[in-house]
Write a protein that binds this ligand. Sequence first.
Ligand SMILES: Cc1cc2nc3c(=O)[nH]c(=O)nc-3n(C[C@H](O)[C@H](O)[C@H](O)COP(=O)(O)O)c2cc1C
Length: 145
Amino acid sequence: MAILSIDPDRAARLLNIGPLVVVSTTYQGITNAMPLAWICPMGYNPATISLVMNRGAYTRALVEKSGIFMVQVPVVEQIDIIMNLGTQSLADNPNKLADSGVELFTVEEALGLPMMQGAVAWLQCRLIPDQYLEEHSNMLIARVE
Ligand SMILES: Cc1cc2nc3c(=O)[nH]c(=O)nc-3n(C[C@H](O)[C@H](O)[C@H](O)COP(=O)(O)O)c2cc1C
């Protein structure tokens, strides 16, 4: 049996077997959403998750300001929407959401957070600010409410 060597920068491909999610939030009238693959459960009770969010992502800035966000599990049929959301930034295209084809809705019980139509699960999350992790690892920790 041959054991192949891979570059360490490809190691994540062997480990990233969880669901791709879409993170959405809103702050002072600005709503945004981005796909995110680097998400991990960290605890059951309280339900805690970690997410790695690029510091250049506009969604991250909104999450850090609002302190709340929605994590949703999309379905494979939404792949085009997901790629649209994940290959452009609201910082560059103010019409990103409309252009992507994503449809968002809100429900009163979920703090008015934007929820992706057609997803199969929505997790309402509250950021647990951790300056060190956010600055050094782009890692955000949150509670699922
Ligand atoms: C399939 C896919 C997975 C992605 N996973 C992540 C991720 O785990 N973390 C991250 O910071 N960005 C990830 N991205 C990139 C962001 O979604 C992308 O930077 C997005 O344009 C940010 O949008 P915004 O600046 O409007 O928030 C992913 C993109 C795609 C298409």
